[in-house]
Each structure stands twice: as C-alpha cells, then as structure tokens.
Design a protein around this ligand. Structure first.
Ligand SMILES: Cc1cc2nc3c(=O)[nH]c(=O)nc-3n(C[C@H](O)[C@H](O)[C@H](O)COP(=O)(O)OP(=O)(O)OC[C@H]3O[C@@H](n4cnc5c(N)ncnc54)[C@H](O)[C@@H]3O)c2cc1C
Length: 417
C-alpha cells in the first residue's frame, strides 16, 4: 500500500514522488548522510536515514576532526594536473568556512567547533617556496592565507620548533569533535522530521520505473521501501551500494592512523599541519593532543577482498614516523604520554577528489563520498540536498562540478541495467 507523500518543496518537479512511500532515502549515517537528512527534512520532505550500525560508526567517528581549508598537501605533491583540481576544491573550502562558522547555531547543538586559526609549517627552503606559491593561489581563490616568517611563527606559536622557517597562517582553520558530529546531526535530522533507522542495513537497491526500491534489513526484520530519490553516502561502503543499483563508483579504502596524548593544560589554539610531511596536531577541549596526518595502517582481508568490519591493524613504522614528525615540529610533544592510537578507514578516488552529485546514467540517484568529508562534509550535504530538492540547482551543480560522478560515465556506459 503506497502512502501519499506531501508536496512541500516549492520547486519539486518529480510527480512520481506521490507514488513513493518516502521522498528521500539517505543511505549512511555518517556526517554527510546525517547532515543531508537534516537539510532534506528541514525542507519539509519525508526522509529516512538508514544506518547499518549507529550514527558516526564509520570514518566520521574515527577521524582527526581537522577543519583544514588550505589546499591539502596531497594536492601539492603531484604534478599531473591535480594541483589545478586542488584549486577547485578551494572554492568548496571557502563555502565550508562559512558553513562551519554557523553550524552550531543552525542545528542548535554543540559540535565542539574551534576555529582559531591554522598553521601549515615548512622546515626547508624548498617547502617555503611551496608555501608562498600556495598562498598566492589561495588568495586568488578568496581564501585569506598569508605566509609568515620564522620570527612571526615563534611569536605566534613559541612551542613550535625553531627549525621551522615559515608557515602559512589561515585564521579560519581549526577543529571539531568527531565523536559527536554525526550523532548530533542525526538528532537534529530527527527533530526536523526525518526518521532514523539505526542498526538497519540497505541490502538491495534498484530502480523500478521512476522509483527506487530498497530492501532494508534489521536483524531478522525485513522491509521494502520506495523512494523518489536516493542518496548514497556510505563512505567506503558506497561502491557496494552503487553496485546494487548496477553502477560503478570507483572509491578505494585508505586505512589511516591516529594518536592521542594524555590531557594537558590548554596551550595550543591552532591546527598545525606540515606542507611537506604527513602531520596534523591539535588540542581538544579536554586537553588531549591529537596527532595524525594521513599515516597508513593495514586493512584486514577476507578471502576475496578487504574486511571493513574490522579496524585496520596498526603499522609500527606509521606510529613512529607520525610521532617523530610531530616531535620535530613541536618538541614539547615529546614530554607527553601517548594515551591511545587507533585506526580508521576513509574513501579516496584515483584523482583524490570527492564524489558528490547525481549519477547521469541513473537520474534520481545521488552520492556524496570521498575527499576530506569532515571539513567539507556539511557543505557537500547542503549542496547535494539542494540538488535533490531542485532548489538553487544550477548553483549547486556548478559548485559541485569538480566532484560530479559524471566523470565515471565512461565506466558506467558499459553497465546495462
Ligand atoms: C583516521 C582518519 C582521519 C581523518 N581525518 C580527517 C580530518 O582531519 N579532516 C577531514 O576533513 N577528514 C578526515 N578524514 C576523512 C573523514 O573522516 C571522512 O571523509 C568523512 O568522515 C566521511 O563521512 P561520510 O559520512 O561520507 O562517511 P562515513 O562516516 O564513513 O559514514 C558512512 C556510514 O554508512 C554506513 N553504511 C555503510 N553501508 C551501509 C548499508 N548497506 N546500509 C546502511 N548504512 C550503511 C556506515 O555504517 C557508516 O556509518 C579522516 C578519516 C580517517 C579514517
């Protein structure tokens, strides 16, 4: 028995919505899915947010919590055109700064946001040249980044090594609390009218006529739901969901390492990154120093692939490499007790760019995954929700063009459905 959905979105164009059980099915209760569900439900539509475990179960609850808006180091170390694409993501970073500045007020919940500035540091003359070139590119993109010299670095952050020759400072950078973000958005989404189905796995997804039909499994309970539009934001599991609908979504798992020291008195208001080495350091509100920066861990394997149900194994060289880099950058770290190390898995594409938007070969199916989707997640969620709602669609399409799944159409052209 089909229910009648409300026609509450001004620019709603798909009359099939009246035949579907719900307007939107959002698959994955990480930051991106929960924030998308909040936007969609706030527009007065009927939304289900389906999460196989609990909100924040995936990368959103495991990450470093850095809000890094400077062009990322990984975009600078390649010379095959990704630098240009790194510049394009800078446009999204500019929007993300505005989004993060207002998020706590908008959703009425504490997200542990601290945006007091970030320093990307350099140890060598070559790295300083890279910083200067990067700052020039960022300024041209409207990001307020400036290069400061050794004396200015020491004046701002005397706990940094005197070997640091220069840094790029951006006043908007900072961090938020990864442990609370996805649950907070999921809570806000429910308050706005979305239905959260936790411990519920999407087991199949297919398009039937103009609607999407999904099979949802919660233990022994099984139900089928039809939705006018579907958003896949299932992190590293996203390719599996896309495959259910007969599409390629070439995202790859990247297993990473994080470390936390014991609590210490507050002294570090900034996010610290390095332009030439894998490093991020920040101090949480509770006083712990979080140390990461993209050091690998090792995925467990099943007979036929990787096992995402287990936390990746720690790689000893990553642990020592990460901590050594941290001490070389901020010697005081060596005085603190290492409390905990953990691993998590994020999703990357071959071109390092996120994937966000509608699949051209399957209209009505959207995805938002990959990239630095803690920093950019709220912005992906807002823009993809705009696309799904046909609200400011042209603007959202233009802003997300760098991330569009249209770049995989050459692969999906081979997929008969
Ligand atoms: C160690 C580490 C450090 C990082 N540091 C940073 C950082 O400092 N800054 C930054 O910007 N980014 C960082 N990232 C990346 C960032 O965490 C991710 O980009 C972001 O959290 C992705 O959010 P998401 O909502 O897309 O995916 P996820 O948080 O992975 O959420 C996907 C959800 O989908 C659910 N799901 C999967 N399959 C199904 C199914 N079949 N049915 C129902 N639900 C399903 C999962 O249970 C999961 O909860 C880091 C990642 C890691 C691992």
């Amino acid at each position: 028995m089909k229910k009648i959905a409300r026609r509450s979105v001004e620019h709603w164009t798909n009359s099939d919505v009246f035949l579907s059980d719900i307007d939107f099915l959002v698959i994955g209760g990480g930051l991106v899915g929960a924030a998308s569900a909040w936007h969609l439900a706030s527009a007065g539509t009927k939304v289900w947010l389906c999460e196989q475990a609990s909100p924040g179960h995936g990368a959103s609850g495991q990450n470093a919590g850095s809000l890094h808006f400077q062009i990322e180091r990984r975009f600078l170390e390649r010379e095959d055109g990704v630098g240009r694409e790194g510049e394009q993501t800078a446009q999204l970073s500019r929007l993300a700064v505005q989004d993060w500045r207002d998020l706590e007020r908008q959703i009425g919940r504490n997200l542990g946001v601290h945006m007091e500035g970030g320093l990307m540091v350099a140890h060598s003359a070559q790295e300083v040249r890279l910083l200067e070139a990067k700052a020039a590119r960022e300024q041209a993109m409207g990001l307020t980044v400036k290069t400061i010299d050794r004396a200015q670095v020491q004046a701002l952050a005397p706990y940094l090594s005197p070997d640091i020759l220069a840094a790029n400072f951006m006043a908007d950078e900072g961090h938020a609390d990864a442990r609370i973000i996805a649950p907070a958005f999921a809570d806000a989404a429910q308050s706005a009218g979305a239905r959260l189905l936790d411990a519920t796995r999407v087991a199949s997804l297919q398009k039937r006529g103009a609607l999407f039909e999904a099979r949802l499994e919660k233990g022994e309970e099984i139900q089928t739901v039809t939705a006018a539009k579907v958003l896949i934001c299932a992190g590293i599991w996203s390719p599996q969901i896309a495959a259910m609908a007969g599409l390629h979504l070439p995202l790859f798992p990247a297993p990473l390492t994080m470390n936390a020291t014991a609590r210490t008195a507050a002294f570090l208001p900034y996010l610290i990154q390095h332009v030439g080495r894998r490093l991020s350091i920040k101090q949480t509100a509770a006083g712990n120093l979080l140390i990461g920066g993209g050091w690998p861990s090792r995925l467990h394997r099943t007979g036929s692939g990787f096992d995402f149900s287990r936390a990746p194994a720690l790689v000893p060289q990553s642990l020592t490499g990460n901590l050594q880099t941290a001490v070389e950058t901020m010697p005081v770290i060596g005085e603190h007790e290492l409390l905990r190390s953990w691993t998590g898995i994020t999703a990357v594409t071959q071109d390092q760019l996120p994937v966000a938007g509608e699949f051209p070969s399957l209209p009505g199916l959207f995805c938002a995954a990959g990239g630095s989707a803690f920093t950019l997640g709220p912005t992906f969620a807002r823009l993809v929700a705009d696309q799904m709602l046909e609200r400011r669609r042209d603007e959202a399409d233009a802003l997300l063009s760098v991330a569009s799944p249209a770049r995989f159409e050459s692969l999906n052209g081979f997929m008969g459905r």
